[in-house]
Design a protein around this ligand. Structure first.
Ligand code: FAD
Length: 503
């Protein structure tokens, strides 16, 4: 046990998103007093939901991996006693994901499960039968090397010695299969990794594929139910979650954090602090002495993942079917690694859409949401503006871009527009300001096979009582961030496997 972080110590957590809430709940369960400070009026970060025309949309959580029995997220939620409070359903077993290509009008309905997934592609490409088997086996073997992903005792994040671990994902696929169309289809989950052909490391791609091939889930009702369950549990365990508490300063004494301050002038004396916000935002708060100059320079300049342009359509009742899986659309097969690109006059070239799942979901959808993964540069010219005051030019630009998306959807689903009651949209600026995420990055810092350490943040800092968590430490997403929370909580406790041993 770390001499300074004894049970009963008061730990303050900056950021009430997925990372902050899971870390707080885990520490509270271990007997620490926790206070979560969230800048926004709504707690949850990527778990937040919002309502338009009486219909609820999720701001940043649509599909969830690791919730199946035995899955990592399932085990963490069970340990915290919140699993039975969550309303979730698996996506369709025979079609966990759908891919549509405008180039030839082909629809692919990709089944769930390692074997059905393998067989599906073997039937489509019989001449590559053995290659596909080798590819899937290698993909799962790569994921299996990441012990902490499976919450194995003694876990460290490591390569397990496979030379493919840090290889660019597109190269990894090309090393196994020859057919260009098959290579593209196998890469369809690239946007969920923040994928880029040249630099997304194969092991990140393998982990995301593992999660989604093994079986992903959807929340029935808003995703914020997970945040609400965590907040309730933190309260039951004697902790607190404070909205409207933007942390703006950290005070040090003798190499340790002594207190933190919020924008409205409150001061919180503390025994330890966990930062669960983007490190580039954290750098603006933490004192110079917490990071070496080299680390500050590296972190400030580290590239971020791409952002997104989102369209939220409220649908007329009984007009459009509920789809129990996400749908990926590409202009042509060569575009699968082009998510996150913006070409004026040739956008969107690819996107994902889904119908949010309601409690007691019937056969028809009340909403449809589109995500066009796009770079922050598309809105760079309005970077200095604030919500509601971005100007007429921005509004007209948005109107034009939303129209482009609706037209594409009309091609996929003829008659779609007649189902639409109202349309709302969000740009990378909205995401930046909503989540306080530099450049509206969906998954934080970019993971780069050319520089494996550039996109990572260590859990420990120079101050022995300041720790990091969230999507920039190891993995992003609704499964990756809670996994990191387990490691951070154990680092605060100073005890390896203190939590993993109980999961
Ligand atoms: C549009 C979109 C779609 C996505 N879809 C999915 C999906 O379907 N499945 C999936 O698994 N993942 C998805 N993700 C990714 C997922 O949302 C993130 O990986 C996850 O939310 C990261 O968790 P986090 O705790 O690190 O950060 P966040 O959840 O962003 O939480 C950070 C919190 O810190 C708060 N904060 C920031 N600065 C301060 C401060 N100074 N003081 C106090 N509080 C502060 C923020 O307000 C926020 O609440 C999506 C993301 C986006 C944006």
């Amino acid at each position: 046990m770390h001499p300074n972080m004894k049970k009963g110590n008061h730990i303050h957590i900056i950021g009430g998103g997925i990372g902050g809430l899971f870390t707080a709940a885990l520490l509270a369960k271990e007997g620490y007093k926790v206070t979560v400070l969230e800048r926004s009026a709504h707690v949850g970060g990527g778990l937040q939901s919002f309502t338009r025309n009486g219909v609820t949309f999720d701001a940043g959580m649509h599909v969830v991996g690791g919730l199946q029995p035995g899955g990592s997220l399932n085990r963490i939620c069970r340990h915290l006693g919140i699993l039975d409070q969550l309303h979730c359903r698996p996506v369709d077993a025979d079609c966990g994901d759908e891919v549509f290509c405008f180039e030839d009008g082909a629809h692919y309905r990709i089944p769930q499960g390692r074997e059905p997934f393998t067989k599906y592609f073997q039937q489509l490409f019989p001449e590559e039968r053995d290659n596909i088997q080798r590819y899937v086996d290698h993909l799962f073997a790569l994921a299996d090397q990441v012990d902490f992903f499976f919450l194995r005792p003694g876990s460290v994040s490591g390569s397990g010695g496979d030379e493919a671990f840090y290889k660019p994902s597109a190269q990894f696929i090309a090393d196994h299969v020859r057919d260009p169309k098959l290579r593209s289809l196998l890469a369809y989950l690239s946007p969920l990794c923040g994928g880029d052909a040249g630099y997304t490391p194969a092991y990140i791609f393998a982990l995301i594929n593992y999660l989604y091939i093994s079986g992903h889930y959807r929340f029935e009702g808003p995703a914020e139910q997970l945040a609400e369950a965590l907040v309730r549990r933190i309260g039951e365990l004697g902790g607190e979650v404070l909205p409207n508490a933007e942390v703006t300063g950290i005070q040090m004494e003798g190499g340790r954090v002594r207190s933190i301050t919020t924008a409205d002038g409150r001061v919180f004396e503390t025994d330890a602090v966990v930062s669960s916000i983007h490190p580039q935002a954290a750098l603006k708060i933490v004192k110079d002495q917490l990071f070496t100059k080299a680390a500050r320079t590296r972190l400030s300049a580290a590239p971020n993942n791409y952002s997104a342009y989102c369209v939220y359509a409220v649908l007329k009742e009984g007009t459009f079917p509920y789809l129990n899986h996400p749908c990926y659309c590409w202009d042509d097969y060569g575009k699968v690694w082009q998510f996150g690109k913006y070409e004026e006059g040739n956008w969107p070239q690819n996107f994902v859409y889904f119908t949010p799942c309601e409690r007691n979901q019937g056969p028809f959808a009340r909403a449809l949401q589109v995500i066009v993964f796009s770079p922050f540069s598309m809105v760079e010219r309005w970077a200095d503006t604030v919500v509601g005051k971005r100007g007429k030019e921005y509004e007209m630009w948005k109107e034009k871009h939303t129209e482009l998306i609706l037209r594409k959807l009309e091609t996929v689903h003829p008659g779609f527009r007649s189902c639409v009651e109202a349309v709302y949209d969000a740009t990378p600026l909205t995401i930046r300001d909503y989540f306080n995420e530099p450049e509206g990055a969906l998954y934080g810092l970019q993971k780069d096979s050319r520089d494996p350490y550039a996109g990572y943040l260590p859990i420990r800092t120079k101050a022995e009582n300041l720790f990091m968590t969230g999507q920039n430490v190891y993995l992003h997403g609704c499964c990756g961030v809670p996994l990191t929370a387990v490691m951070t909580a154990e680092a605060v406790m100073g005890e390896t496997d203190a939590i993993v041993g109980k999961l």
